[in-house]
Design a protein around this ligand. Structure first.
Ligand SMILES: Nc1nc2c(ncn2[C@@H]2O[C@H](COP(=O)(O)OP(=O)(O)OP(=O)(O)O)[C@@H](O)[C@H]2O)c(=O)[nH]1
Ligand SMILES: [Mg+2]
Length: 467
């Protein structure tokens, strides 16, 4: 079975709580605070691994959870950090946000295209700080510590996209599977009826000291871009390959189709599916030329096709006849049946793939792991947002991940901890946000499960702490 898309739920580990403790020694009657910090929760990490070839491991197990951080202890002892969970995925896996309720995929989190590339998809909660951190000049013995930070949890979509250097595309029965069988050790089914190939086949081809991965994908028909035939599913794979090798049946098949029509139809389907595919590097192959002698119009069709290919090549080069075009103007005449012309076609593909790889290397170096940074930044920004809604007269509800997390990290039964929480609210601008929303002294403010009364100018006992 060819599994290429799964949805999983990942939960990092919660942070351990900080410790509230005071030093106790026989000859030191009033030892200072010495509560250690809680350990950080473990992360859930995705790691691209070239020895993993499918997403099958995630088909039956959907929930992954990292270890929680241990609580801090007295004598300034740190709690141990929670264990990370490392999920190995195939190279070529695209990771997206996923909403379980709407069943919609969201933004792309990462595109893991190289072996060893990794991304943290759920970050463990920070450990809570022990009471040693909350000492101020007026508060020598803080009798509270911070609770651990709750972990991030989310659902994500993993999609494995076939990673081949070149893809053989064409109408059904054009000879794509025969071609991959000629060029590599792949042995797909070959038959004279359409849609013989139902899932992509991969093969490794070698020419001189260059080698490349070739994909044979199911045939495309008119309307493939909107889901006709088997095409749509596989256009996604074609989108990922650097080079398109377009195979044309010069005999026109049983129906006596016009090879030039076939050529135009496939080009149209590719560009309707994704505009940029029309400028994708391409090599065009005239297959089945062993039948030249017996086929009446083949020579004429070869000439027509060659003429059209030249025009397309110039157009793809921006109309400049002398510029290098992504579309090779040469029509490769071959027979997958007899092997005629196949070696020089293979050499041309190998050379082109080599050039494209070199170019991709340069581009990749300049934008390495950008996704990761963009997504993290986006998450941080949305985390720190504060929204204030008036629920009824004199009652306001405050929402936002960071501010709610502060409440969750606070021991609400401890008065000192509550005073410290107020200090943090002020630091993140909650007072201003409430004032702007029209809160008056005495109004009720609700955040997560906490309810308190708004006081506009409360004294700040922790003002000197840099937290
Ligand atoms: N005469 C001749 N027949 C060929 C050549 N290449 C392929 N064929 C025949 O064309 C038919 C279709 O070949 P396949 O390789 O299965 O075609 P395909 O493009 O993979 O077809 P789908 O998987 O259905 O899309 C088979 O009967 C092949 O033997 C060729 O160069 N010359
Ligand atoms: Mg086939």
């Amino acid at each position: 079975m060819f599994i290429d898309k799964v949805h999983i739920n990942v939960k990092a580990g919660d942070g351990g709580s900080g410790c509230m403790s005071f030093r106790r020694e026989a000859h030191v009657p009033k030892g200072g605070p010495d509560g250690g910090d809680g350990g950080c929760g473990g992360n859930v990490v995705l790691l691209a691994d070239s020895s993993v070839s499918s997403l099958i491991d995630y088909r039956f197990k959907h929930h992954f959870k990292a270890g929680r951080g241990m609580h801090g202890k007295g004598s300034r002892m740190h709690g141990a950090n929670g264990e990370d969970v490392i999920l190995r995925v195939p190279v070529g896996t695209v990771v997206r946000e996923y909403d379980d309720e709407t069943r919609q995929a969201g933004d792309t989190i990462a595109d893991l295209v190289c072996d060893g590339q990794s991304i943290v998809v759920a970050r463990g909660g920070a450990g809570g700080r022990g009471n040693v951190h909350f000492v101020t000049s007026t508060r020598r013995a803080p009798a509270f510590a911070e609770l651990g930070e709750p972990a991030q949890e989310c659902s994500i979509e993993l999609e494995m996209k076939l990673l081949a250097d070149a893809a053989l595309v064409g109408v059904p029965s054009a000879g794509k599977s025969s071609m991959i069988a000629r060029m590599s050790a792949a042995r797909p089914k070959i038959a004279d009826y359409p849609f013989t190939t139902l899932v992509p086949n991969l093969g490794v081809a070698t020419s001189g000291d260059l080698s490349f991965v070739l994909a044979d994908v199911p045939g495309l028909i008119e309307g493939a871009h909107e889901g006709k035939g088997l095409g749509h599913e596989f256009l996604r794979h074609i989108e990922r390959t650097a080079l398109i090798v377009h195979v044309i049946d010069m005999t026109g098949g049983f129906e006596g189709r016009d090879p030039l029509d076939d050529y135009m139809i496939i080009n149209k389907e590719l560009s309707l599916y994704a505009e940029e595919l029309s400028a994708r590097p391409r090599i065009v192959v005239a297959n089945k030329i062993d039948a030249l002698a017996t086929s009446e119009n083949m020579q004429e069709n070869l000439d027509r096709l060659q003429a059209q290919l030249k025009l397309d090549s110039i157009e793809a080069a921006g109309g400049d006849e002398f510029a290098i075009s992504p579309i090779d103007p040469k029509l490769y005449k071959v027979s997958a049946l007899t092997g005629e012309g196949v070696d020089s076609l293979k050499a041309a593909i190998a050379q082109k793939v080599h050039e494209l790889r070199e170019r991709a290397k340069i581009e990749q170096d300049s934008q390495e792991c950008e996704y990761d940074k963009v997504w993290t930044l986006k998450r941080q920004t949305s985390d720190s947002e504060i929204r204030v809604n008036k629920e009824e007269d004199g009652v306001f509800r405050v929402e936002g991940r960071a501010v709610e997390r502060m409440v969750v990290q606070t021991d609400l039964d401890n008065e000192e901890a509550l005073i410290f929480l107020q200090h943090r609210f002020r630091r993140i601008g909650l007072d201003d946000a409430l004032r702007d929303a029209g809160a008056q002294d005495g109004d009720e403010i609700r955040i997560a499960e906490l309810e308190f009364e708004y006081v506009s100018d409360a004294a700040d006992e922790f003002a000197e702490l840099d937290i």
